[in-house]
Structures are given as C-alpha cells and as structure tokens.
Design a protein around this ligand. Structure first.
Ligand SMILES: [Zn+2]
Length: 138
C-alpha cells in the first residue's frame, strides 16, 4: 500500500517535471520567434519597465528593478518572478506594451500577479506593479 502511494506520487512528480519542461521550451520558442523591436515597432527606440515586486503587508516591497529593452531586443517582454519556489512563472507585458504602442502612449502602468505555479498543487500569484516608459524615434 505504502509502495503504491509512493509510486503514484513519483508518477505525479514526473508528470509535473515534464509539464514544467514543456512550458520552458514554449517560452524559449516564443522568445525566438518574436521579431525584434526594430522590426515590429520601428518607431520605438527604447522601452523601460520599472517593476516593484510586492510581498506581504508587513514587507510590501521586496524588490524594485528596471528592465530595459532596445531596438535590438526581441519584442517579447517577459519579466521574471523572484519568488524562490515559483514554477515557471513571470509576467508577460507584451500585450500591454503593444497596446501602448498602438495608442502612441509614452507610458502606462498597472498591476499583475504571477502566472506560475508554487509547486504541484499551488499557484504562485506573486503580485507586482509596473510602470512602462516608451521612447520613440524623433
Ligand atoms: Zn511567480
């Protein structure tokens, strides 16, 4: 009986690892197929994203960082999650940035929660807030 449970657990774990690997591949691929910023958004000269990683109410700001993208970057705006046990999470700001560029906006901000898992049975849900600044060629 004990052995059965162990096997089942192992199978679940293996399946989980497989899924994790598939997701990682998918992400690498979407980065590779993404066009360069200069191709997809020829008017854009640079994009800065200021990210605030939020923690618990007693420790509301875990980290603040700015991520920069240039004309030569791939137009795939993925920000990494910093939670240690986060599984394949992160924050994909691609749609948000495309919307800003379409509307010729210079900045935008918002909040997002991590899409990753926190283990086989939980999800990460780590919150961030972000500010996007866009620079255009004159
Ligand atoms: Zn996460």
């Amino acid at each position: 009986m004990v052995e059965m449970v162990g096997k089942e657990k192992m199978a679940r774990r293996q399946n989980y690892v497989k899924q994790k690997h598939a997701k990682e591949l998918e992400r690498t691929e979407s980065r590779l197929v993404a066009a360069l910023v200069s191709e997809q958004f020829p008017k854009v000269s640079g994009i800065s994203i200021r990210v605030v990683y939020h923690g618990s109410p007693s420790n509301p700001v875990l980290m603040v960082r700015t991520v920069n993208f240039f004309s030569s970057s791939h137009a795939y705006f993925h920000i990494q999650c910093i939670k240690k046990d986060c599984d394949n999470g992160g924050f994909d700001l691609t749609q948000e940035i495309m919307k800003l560029i379409r509307n010729k906006k210079k900045s935008g901000k918002g909040k997002m929660v991590c899409c990753g898992g926190g283990g086989p049975l939980t999800s990460c849900q780590a919150p961030i807030s972000y500010e996007i600044a866009l620079r255009y060629h004159k």
